[in-house]
Write a protein that binds this ligand. Structure first.
Ligand code: BEZ
Length: 228
């Protein structure tokens, strides 16, 4: 089955579910799916034209996941400014997600503004390789998939069950990807907006000469930075 086909995901209905293990790869089309969420049924395709951060957590009503949900809720406005929608997922039911979201509101006073996929049958988790059986066969690891407006997987992060993610890094990653797309540059280690960017290395001798005359800040012919 092509990864471009939509995988219909219906809670508690294995006959409708497709669990082809076509793991995503960077630069390839994100596997499409239709799923039940706390905000109703969604299709990944509905998000075309904007960025998506699809992330999984091990289970509802767990402490590290709760801290992550508070952190994701806190960055949701910043992400929205960047045309990014969050989409959560775990191998739990919609009722469990709703009860947990209500509990977070009750105990921490925070609304969870993004949809959470109820992936009880592990359909989306299987499609995206979110279960790491060495860690747990019944829970998704802490995965993050960044999907661009053309539906292409641009970044993947996998964290273990025991380590809560750094949401500042997720914003930094989005800023880096969007900067790369806008300016056709790369970003150095620990780059943040406002820092100089890397001019892609030259491919020909002619390019080397051209870039050395272009006024970039060059340490050597292959290592040039510029302000944007
Ligand atoms: C937690 O979210 O607290 C958690 C979940 C699975 C394993 C360990 C911790």
């Amino acid at each position: 089955m092509s990864s471009q086909e939509t995988h219909k995901i219906q809670e508690n209905n294995t006959s409708e579910a497709t669990t082809t293990a076509s793991l995503p790869r960077l630069g390839m089309a994100a596997p499409l799916f239709e799923a039940v969420t706390t905000h109703g049924k969604i299709r990944l395709d509905d998000f075309r034209g904007g960025w998506v951060v699809l992330f999984s957590h091990p289970a509802d009503f767990t402490p590290v996941c709760t801290t992550e949900f508070l952190a994701f809720a806190a960055i949701a406005p910043e992400l929205r400014k960047r045309n990014v929608e969050l989409l959560g997922l775990s191998i739990d039911s919609t009722s469990s997600h709703i009860a947990w979201v209500r509990n977070i509101k009750d105990k921490f006073g925070i609304d969870i503004p993004f949809p959470i996929i109820a992936d009880s049958n592990k359909d989306v988790a299987t499609l995206y390789g979110m279960v790491s059986p060495g860690e747990s066969k019944t829970e998704t690891s802490r995965c993050v998939f960044v999907i661009d407006p053309n539906g292409i997987v641009r970044a993947m992060i996998y964290y273990p069950l025991t380590t809560g993610r750094n949401t500042d890094e997720i914003i930094r990653l989005i800023d880096a990807l969007q900067t790369t797309d806008k300016h056709a540059v790369a970003t150095p280690a620990n780059w943040k907006p406002g820092d100089k960017v890397i001019v892609p290395p030259p491919a020909t001798m002619e390019d080397v000469e051209a870039r050395l005359k272009a006024g970039f800040e060059c340490t050597d012919w292959y290592f040039c930075k510029k302000a944007i």
